[in-house]
Design a binder for this molecule. Structure first.
Ligand SMILES: Cc1cc2nc3c(=O)[nH]c(=O)nc-3n(C[C@H](O)[C@H](O)[C@H](O)COP(=O)(O)OP(=O)(O)OC[C@H]3O[C@@H](n4cnc5c(N)ncnc54)[C@H](O)[C@@H]3O)c2cc1C
Length: 381
């Protein structure tokens, strides 16, 4: 077991750190307050290869692994978890098109996705089905041999309204997971509309909106894989998505821990630096320990995914559950260590608490992560 990063991994970790601290960190607070979507900076990230990190070089991507991606996303999220998380979803969808698409579809969609000229969304959740995703009702009916007519609605879609491609899970057959297919819906399209961007607790640098389909005609040529494969693809995409989101939680927690270490040294109470209180030293020690444990789990899950290990899904769920819960707690402890200053905007700590909160809910809630882990342990269907 080798815990050292390779020279190459250190190089792109450094590149991600430099980009994040120069191009994201100075603006993250403003983007959060003004709900600005940083398209330009995301395109700069794409120019560094960060829009298709684990898309193979043969498909135009950076050709790196999931562990490499986790290292990059951690660095980006250190500066801005919301913007980094948007990029993780973009990477997840780029990875799905690369892996499940045909040669023709890759050539048609990927070049603009990999430069982030086109942004992409992942559309699974519906108003009536979130955790129970296989109950989705958005329907794609065949119209002749060449088209589907799509009707229905997706809820909480990251990038809804600004994305150019919507990789959408639709029902083409029977009830349950086997009746679901995956189609790429290209915007604009007649009958495709979007809800008003949701007002959210965090993740404010990216829009979240409903995506509505009213008799939207989608070419059959835009279906990834065969009819009935969509749910499997959606879940395979999410394995990696969960590692990515967990990596964003690591970055946010590390930023909060670093800020806390600096703060406790300079803040004084009862005639000494608050760093001298053992109660606070223990808190810092626990934060660092938990962050280290979470990082090891995330990296282990990423490696399992890269190697195609048979328990990779379970490891991804474990890492997502553990890292997103623990890292959110670390940010909250950091806020506590900053006292009243932690609660106000200018220190920036509260932004991390708000941004990391949703990581415990999306890409499958942490309760659903437990369902996945326990199901595997008990080997039930
Ligand atoms: C900001 C944001 C961005 C999002 N982006 C996207 C996106 O880009 N694409 C997309 O498809 N979705 C997206 N989502 C949706 C997200 O994935 C869902 O909100 C999530 O899966 C939970 O679904 P739900 O909200 O319907 O909750 P529900 O499924 O209704 O769950 C409610 C509660 O019940 C619990 N629960 C449900 N079933 C079980 C069970 N079997 N055992 C134990 N507890 C259970 C849940 O854990 C939760 O606590 C986003 C959500 C948010 C908030």
């Amino acid at each position: 077991m080798d815990f050292d990063l390779t020279e190459e991994q250190r190089a792109f970790q450094d590149a991600a750190r430099e980009f994040a601290r120069e191009s994201l960190l100075p603006h993250a607070g403003t983007w959060d307050e003004t709900r600005h979507f940083p398209a330009e900076e995301l395109r700069q990230a794409a120019a560094l290869g960060f829009a298709g990190i684990y898309v193979p070089e043969a498909h135009g991507g950076a050709g790196l692994g999931r562990l490499d991606a986790a290292l990059i996303f951690e660095e980006l999220a250190y500066a801005d978890p919301s913007t980094a998380a948007f990029l993780t979803i973009h990477n997840m969808v780029a990875g799905m098109i690369s892996r499940f698409g045909s040669e023709e579809q890759r050539e048609r969609f990927l070049p603009k996705v990999l430069t982030a000229e086109h942004f992409v969304s992942y559309c699974l959740t519906e108003p009536g089905s979130g955790s129970d995703a296989a109950a989705l009702r958005t329907k794609a009916e065949a119209v002749g041999n060449a088209q589907y007519k799509v009707n229905g609605s997706k809820a909480f879609i990251s990038g809804g309204g600004i994305a150019d491609l919507y990789v959408t899970m639709v029902r083409t057959g029977e009830a349950g997971p086997r009746g679901i297919s995956c189609v790429v819906v290209e915007a604009p399209a007649e009958g495709l509309s979007f809800g008003v961007p949701e007002r959210k607790m965090g993740w404010n640098s990216q829009p979240t909106a409903s995506v509505n389909f009213s008799d939207v005609l989608v070419p059959v040529a835009n279906r990834l894989g065969a009819e009935g494969d969509g749910f499997r693809y959606a879940m395979m995409g999410l394995d990696g998505g969960r590692v990515n989101i967990a990596a964003c939680s690591l970055g946010g927690a590390q930023a909060c821990l670093d800020a806390s270490l600096a703060y406790v040294r300079q803040r004084r109470a009862f005639g000494k630096a608050i760093a001298d209180f053992q109660a606070l030293q223990f808190k810092l020690a626990d934060m660092a320990t938990e962050l280290e444990a979470a990082r090891l789990m995330v990296h282990r899950a990423a490696v399992a995914l890269d190697r195609g290990e048979k328990d990779a899904t379970q490891r991804c769920a474990m890492a997502k559950r553990f890292a997103t819960d623990l890292c959110h707690r670390i940010c909250d402890e950091a806020l506590q260590l900053h006292g009243g200053y932690g609660y106000i905007h200018s220190t920036g700590i509260e932004r991390y608490v708000r941004d990391l909160r949703v990581h415990r809910i999306l890409e499958g809630t942490n309760e659903i992560m437990r369902v996945i882990i326990a199901r595997k342990m008990l080997e039930v269907i």
